[in-house]
Structure formats: structure tokens, C-alpha cells
Write a protein that binds this ligand. Structure first.
Ligand SMILES: Cc1cc2nc3c(=O)[nH]c(=O)nc-3n(C[C@H](O)[C@H](O)[C@H](O)COP(=O)(O)O)c2cc1C
Length: 375
């Protein structure tokens, strides 16, 4: 029996299987608003058979967008665009839809990746970025402006407002983005946070703002619906003495503290804060981080990163290294990846009846007991 295809209940959300479509920016919004693109793209992924579908990193304020093409949820117009999007995508399948909420901090104001992704000057459509400290992401770049304590309180309320809008929109779940070198990760990592107030210095102080945001969002988000968080478990700077970059032991401590505040899953990624990171890229390269965190906490753990093969995903769950498997690029390449995985693993997956005839003739039928007539 496949464990990848067993259900998992988190608060009142019952996922049909452990496969998650990882959040993926598509840089196709206008002024933060979802477009027809998002309906088609996410509509296709909603029919993938994955138990949970993420919507890409969505900013809590315009300055928090990574690029001018990123989604936002900061006002009524954004909310209305999401309502229209969900109106199309929701009826297509039983996938639970999770919105990833974040702020890019000093990595905001970037060009689209296919326009080289560099920091945009204001005259090229960029804007002033904000961060814990006035340290640029890359040497020689324009520095961000360090946020004041009063601004942090206001920003926390923007995260709360986005969670409230997401609740009104009927999202099944939300995920706080505290990974990949974006604002909350910038607070956690001593490489980006050199504040001397209560939000910088010790681990306790660096965790303070992310935990404040998490607690405030959790309080604003309906108690019966789950909320997760994505972290970078390491800055991948083994060249630095311990304590000078963010790493696994701090990630474990941070996750424990977040779980005490009502976090429902931890999504374990890595990197993004340092221009000098050295990532050891190979299949499942972040799974050992997920497994190490799972050994220390009781909330579900999501693994991600170069998980591309059904048997590889199955083994991660079967070995107890993680509870959920997120796939990004493999799912973009083949939005029916879970159908193929179900066929390969002898499991069944929910697929719209319009596609039932596609079942491969040389593998067990992954679409369950089928009632099919036709003349
Ligand atoms: C096009 C693209 C966009 C991405 N956007 C996001 C995002 O919005 N939020 C996020 O947390 N990670 C994002 N990621 C990272 C993926 O979710 C995932 O963690 C990473 O690609 C590794 O998984 P993979 O090997 O299955 O692709 C993105 C990745 C890609 C390829």
C-alpha cells in the first residue's frame, strides 16, 4: 500500500494524499491582481490530483512584492481578483487550496526572472525596499531601508489583514513565507539582521518579529483551518563560524516555538539569504533537514527540493523523514505527475471523469473504480 497516497487530516482539512503542489511565483500579476493566466495555470494544477495546491508567494503590501509581476492581497481589488480566481479553480477538484503569504523585504523590487531578475532602479519601475538592517542582498546593490519598531508593528498588521482577507475568501489554509531570504528570513539570519534593538542580536531577538507575525496571524485565522510556515533550514554558509549564519539547530528551536503558537506544519526549504551560499544540490537535497526537524517536533513536516520520482517521494514518507511531499518544477513540467505516481505505485487518485479514458493500458488503473459507458 502506498503511504504517499494515504490521507492526512490537519485541523479540519482532510488531504486526500501527501502530495503538495509547491508554491511557485509566475510573475504574471498586474498591480498585484490575479489575471486570466492564474485561472488557467492554477486550474490545470488543481486537476493534478495533489491533495494540496499552493498559490504562489503573495505580498501583504505593494513594496513586499518580489517583482512587479507578483500577486498581492493588500486591498479590496486584490481580494476581488482572488475571489474571481477561486470561483474558477475551486469547482475543478477537491484539492485544498493554500495561499502563501509573505513579504520580500530587501529582495523586493526585482526584475522578472526572464528579464534577468536584478534589483530594479526606481526609474525602471522599482521601489525603495525595506529590511531589518540596511544591508543589500548583493554587494554593490542599493541598500534597503531599515524598518523602525513602529513600522514593524504596522507591517505585522498587514500580515494580519492579509490573513483576514484569505479567511474571507475561503482559503482552506495559509502558509507564512519565512524562507528563501525574504523579509522574515532576513530577521532570522544574522547575515541580514544586524539590529541592536529587541529584534536583532540573540536568537531570541531575531526570532521575535517572525514569531510575533505568526502569533498575530494565527489569532486572526479561523481556529478550524490550518496554518503552516516555510523556512530555510540553513543559509548554506559552512565556511562561517557557528552563530554567524542561520542553520539547522536554530531552525529546530524556531519550529518548536512556532508549534507552541499553533503552527500546523513546517515546510522545510533552505537558502536564499546569502549571495555566497554553497548549496549541495542533489536529489532530495533538503530532505535531511526535514527529517532532523521531524525528529524534534510533533507537527507534520513537509519536504521539498529535487523530489521528482514517485518511488523517491514514497520512500521519504515511508521512512518517516516527512509527512508531506511538495513538488515544484516536476509539477510544472508534468501537471499530471500525481496521476503517473498513482499508476506507478498501484494507488488511486481523484481525476475529473473527462480524463478517465487516459488511464495507461500497461499499468493498474489509478483512477479507481470507473463507471464508463459510451456508444
Ligand atoms: C518558478 C518557481 C517559482 C517559485 N516560487 C516560489 C514561491 O512563490 N514561494 C516559495 O516558497 N518557493 C517558490 N519556489 C521554490 C519551490 O517552491 C521549491 O521549493 C523549489 O523549486 C524546490 O523544489 P523542486 O525541486 O520540486 O522544484 C519557486 C520555484 C520555482 C521553480
Amino acid at each position: 500500500m502506498s503511504l504517499l497516497f494515504t490521507p492526512l487530516k490537519i485541523r479540519n482539512v482532510e488531504l486526500a494524499n501527501r502530495i503538495v503542489v509547491s508554491p511557485m511565483c509566475t510573475y504574471s500579476a498586474r498591480d498585484g491582481l490575479a489575471q486570466d493566466w492564474h485561472k488557467v495555470h492554477l486550474g490545470s494544477l488543481a486537476m493534478s490530483g495533489a491533495g494540496m495546491l499552493f498559490i504562489e508567494a503573495t505580498a501583504v503590501e505593494p513594496a513586499g512584492r518580489i517583482t512587479p509581476g507578483c500577486l498581492g492581497l493588500w486591498d479590496e481589488r486584490c481580494e476581488a481578483a482572488f475571489a474571481e480566481l477561486l470561483g474558477v479553480v475551486r469547482p475543478l477538484s477537491g484539492a485544498h487550496i493554500c495561499l502563501q503569504i509573505g513579504h520580500a523585504g530587501r529582495k523586493a523590487s526585482s526584475a522578472l526572472p526572464w528579464e534577468r531578475g536584478q534589483l530594479l532602479a526606481p526609474e525602471a519601475g522599482g521601489w525603495t525596499t525595506v529590511a531589518p538592517s540596511a544591508i543589500p542582498q548583493c554587494d554593490g546593490e542599493r541598500a534597503p531601508r531599515a524598518l523602525t519598531v513602529a513600522e514593524l508593528a504596522a507591517l505585522r498588521e498587514r500580515f494580519v489583514a492579509a490573513a483576514q482577507r484569505a479567511a474571507r475568501l475561503g482559503f482552506d489554509a495559509i502558509e507564512l513565507h519565512a524562507a528563501h531570504g525574504y523579509l522574515l528570513h532576513q530577521f532570522l539570519s544574522p547575515l541580514a539582521n544586524q539590529r541592536t534593538d529587541q529584534y536583532g542580536g540573540s536568537l531570541e531577538n531575531r526570532m521575535r518579529f517572525p514569531l510575533e507575525v505568526l502569533a498575530a496571524m494565527r489569532a486572526a485565522w479561523p481556529a478550524e483551518r490550518p496554518m503552516g510556515m516555510r523556512i530555510s533550514a540553513s543559509d548554506w554558509r559552512p565556511d562561517l563560524p557557528s552563530g554567524e549564519s542561520w542553520d539547522l539547530p536554530e531552525s529546530i528551536e524556531f519550529t518548536k516555538r512556532a508549534a507552541e503558537l499553533g503552527l500546523d506544519w513546517i515546510d522545510v526549504s533552505s537558502g536564499g539569504v546569502s549571495q555566497f551560499q554553497k548549496i549541495d544540490l542533489k536529489p532530495g537535497y533538503q530532505v535531511h533537514f526535514a527529517a532532523a526537524i521531524k525528529a524534534e517536533v510533533s507537527i507534520p513536516v513537509m519536504a521539498v527540493g529535487l523530489i521528482t520520482e514517485p518511488r523517491q517521494a514514497e520512500a521519504i514518507v515511508a521512512n518517516g523523514q516527512a509527512d508531506l511531499i511538495a513538488l515544484a518544477r516536476a509539477m510544472l513540467f508534468n501537471p499530471h505527475w500525481p496521476w503517473q505516481a498513482a499508476a506507478e505505485l498501484g494507488a488511486s487518485v481523484s481525476v475529473p471523469p473527462q480524463y478517465w479514458r487516459s488511464a495507461p493500458h500497461n499499468l493498474p488503473n489509478p483512477f479507481g473504480p470507473i463507471v464508463q459507458g459510451g456508444r
